[in-house]
Write a protein that binds this ligand. Sequence first.
Ligand code: GAR
Length: 196
Amino acid sequence: MSKRVAIFVSGGGSNARVMIDRFQAHPEDGVEVVLLVSNKASAGGLAVAAERGIPSLVVKRDDWKTGKELLPALEAYRVDLIVLAGFLWLIPGYLVQAYPKQIVNIHPALLPNYGGKGMYGHHVHQAVKAAGEKESGITIHYVNENYDEGDIIFQAAVRLDPEDSPQQIAERVLRLEHGNYWRVVRGLQARRGGDL
Ligand code: GAR
């Protein structure tokens, strides 16, 4: 039986696109993306999902606080695993408790460095550039109630050229995300256990 995944996005959704395309083309991976959740009606990730026939849900602030609409939707789609892919709202306690060790995030830096509130997207790459780092990378981790603090599952580094702009750092890091996130998701156990 396939592991059933909901991807959460706030923006362009390139990680969501790569993951959906991979798992749609490779049913033998045993992962099915069954729902896309966005906190923004304008998120590019919604178009990505629509083009690929994946149902989606836009959550509003008020519902996010209580989960009144979100939790029944996750239940209805029998979601085993939540994959955050550029999702910027803090995950509330009720969701962490409903999906213990079944929510993962990707962060575009080598945590614990360059993480925490306000450290997302270009802010991360600008900080890495300003510090003159020789490498950056990606961190895939379980999600708890604090930004970027859950247990680390996987990291990969990429060497930086001293001439790299923050935009070029972002591109190098994003390539690494696209090559690795789906592999890590494929390797995770779903909570229903058994033959997954
Ligand atoms: C990715 O680089 C992801 O690591 C980052 O947002 C980007 C989303 O790109 N996430 C964070 O910064 C979370 N703190 P995408 O929408 O094209 O997948």
